[in-house]
Design a protein around this ligand. Structure first.
Ligand SMILES: *[C@@H]1O[C@H](CO)[C@@H](O)[C@H](O)[C@H]1NC(C)=O
Length: 237
């Protein structure tokens, strides 16, 4: 910010044109002076009638260098501003190219995302197909299992029936065997009885024959003795 000083030719009048934003009343006499540049203050003589009187006798020596310095500052700041502008423009170009490359990258990413989505959709469809095939297969297997189960049920029933009849047959056979065994036992007992009776009979017969043999033997001996007595009685007597 800066103030611009503009002396006017008429007697005892000084007009100050102030940059609007400062908000200072230019005719305020209490200001008592004006600010030049950043750190220079110049005191005005408000009672003077010529520019030289208003600005003071030594304005050339004091105000001129200040104005020169002020102009220098303006030049310097303009140069700085221009340099800043150039750098900003350069930055802007760089930013634009960055933005462009980002946009390209974004487009590439978008196309990759699209590709991925397409693949995903394909995969989804494959999975759905596979799932439905699996469901069909599972249904078929379930039916097979049920049929097999039914067959097994039939076989089980037949087996139970067979087992039942086999048990009945076995029972009959055992019963028959028992009866036959008992019959055999009875026959055996009868046979034993017969044999023992026969043995008794044989024993009695044998003892009878023994007695008869003894009797016969005795008789034969007696007869023999008697005949001998008759034959050789004279010798023994
Ligand atoms: C360039 O971009 C940076 C951020 O990346 C930003 O701070 C700067 O203000 C931008 N410059 C211009 C001139 O747009």
């Amino acid at each position: 910010m800066f103030w611009l000083v503009m002396p006017i030719g008429s007697v005892g009048k000084v007009s100050l044109v102030v940059v609007e934003t400062l908000g200072i009343n230019p005719t305020d006499t209490r200001v008592g002076g004006i600010k030049l540049g950043v750190n220079y203050q110049y005191v005005l003589n408000t009672k003077g009638s010529t520019p030289a009187e208003v600005l003071g006798i030594d304005y050339k020596a004091t105000l001129k260098p200040a104005l020169d310095e002020f102009m220098d500052n303006i030049k310097k700041s303009s140069k700085a501003k221009l340099e800043e502008l150039i750098s900003l423009q350069q930055q802007s170009v760089e930013n634009a190219s960055k933005i462009e490359s980002k946009r390209n990258r974004l487009a590439a990413l978008q196309s990759r995302i699209d590709e991925g989505e397409a693949q995903l959709n394909l995969l989804k469809k494959e999975i759905e197909d596979y799932t439905s095939r699996c469901a069909v297969e599972a249904k078929r297997m379930l039916e097979d299992v049920q049929r097999e189960e039914h067959n097994l049920d039939l076989v089980e029933k037949e087996s139970e029936e067979f087992l039942k009849t086999s048990k009945l047959k076995l029972h009959d056979v055992i019963k028959q065997c028992d009866e036959e065994t008992q019959m055999c036992a009875r026959e055996l007992l009868m046979l034993i009885d017969t044999v023992s009776k026969h043995k008794e009979y044989m024993e009695s017969t044998i003892s009878q024959m023994k007695n008869e043999l003894l009797e016969t033997t005795g008789a034969v001996a007696d007869a023999h003795k008697a005949s001998l007595k008759l034959q050789f009685g004279s010798i023994f007597n």
